[in-house]
Design a protein around this ligand. Structure first.
Ligand code: GSH
Length: 235
């Protein structure tokens, strides 16, 4: 049997979520190894000593240790609905938005999520930065329904887990925000088969354990995007 790529993942990590979204959508089969961040398996640390997830280890030994690289790898292998070719912008523009999400917004998000770790002034600034950012996303969505045009794209998938994380800080406050397009966009994805499939719970992987999950493609997600139904491999 041909070896599959191995994805080290953590269910609730937004970076791992975006990697799983792209892998599942692309139909690139892989073994998913759920890790516990408090006790990372040695195999993960051997492959990627920096010890963050997600990490994708390819059958030829190549290691992808950034979530965006994993997304791009999956989409270069298979991109049935054109996530890399949006109708409303370029790949470079999507990458610029994702970089701003991963820097500017992620920093504000962390501060809003853990206000007790920061001073009051920093929290106020973070709340203002987050709101500015999210209002801009709402405007983009109001124009075309997705972040880069009429179809879902790499950018929608890369940002989705972070917007979700913000919305979950205070769901009542989130619902009261004047961002109807953003709220609807988030809900649409949270309700999708694709998202449900990447959020299935799996026991932590241990070397030699059986029942490693195999991600494989299926149908049915907003905008015509493919989704996937993980299935259990027989040991
Ligand atoms: N730039 C990395 C960030 C990944 C990251 O920070 N992941 C977190 C979990 S959400 C992690 O693994 N942290 C290590 C730890 O908590 O020990 C990527 O895009 O993949």
């Amino acid at each position: 049997m041909t070896a599959l790529p191995v994805l080290y993942s953590f269910r609730r990590c937004p970076y791992a979520m975006r990697a799983r979204l792209a892998l599942l959508y692309s139909g690139l089969a892989c073994e998913l190894r759920e890790v516990q961040l408090r006790s990372k398996p040695q195999a993960l640390l051997d492959a990627s000593p920096k010890g963050t997830v997600p990490v994708l280890v390819l059958p030829d030994g190549q290691v992808l240790e950034q979530s965006l690289d994993i997304m791009l790898h999956a989409l270069h292998a298979s991109d049935p609905d054109g996530w890399l070719a949006p109708t409303g912008g370029t790949l470079q523009e999507m990458l610029a938005l994702i970089a701003r999400n991963d820097g500017f917004f992620k920093q504000a998000l962390d501060c809003c999520k853990y206000p007790e770790r920061h001073g009051a002034t920093a929290v106020r600034q973070a709340q203002s930065d987050a709101q500015t950012w999210l209002a801009q996303l709402n405007e983009r969505l109001a124009a075309s329904g997705n972040l880069f045009g009429r179809k879902p794209s790499l950018a929608d998938m890369a940002l989705l887990p972070f917007v979700r994380q913000y919305a979950r800080i205070d769901e009542r406050a989130w619902s009261a925000q004047p961002w109807p397009q953003l709220q609807a966009w988030l809900q649409r994805w949270l309700d999708s088969a694709l998202f449900a499939a990447i959020m299935l719970r799996h026991p932590a992987w241990a070397p030699g354990s059986t029942g490693i999950v195999r991600l494989a493609a299926a149908q049915d997600a907003p905008g015509g995007a493919h989704s996937a139904a993980p299935t259990r491999r027989t040991p």
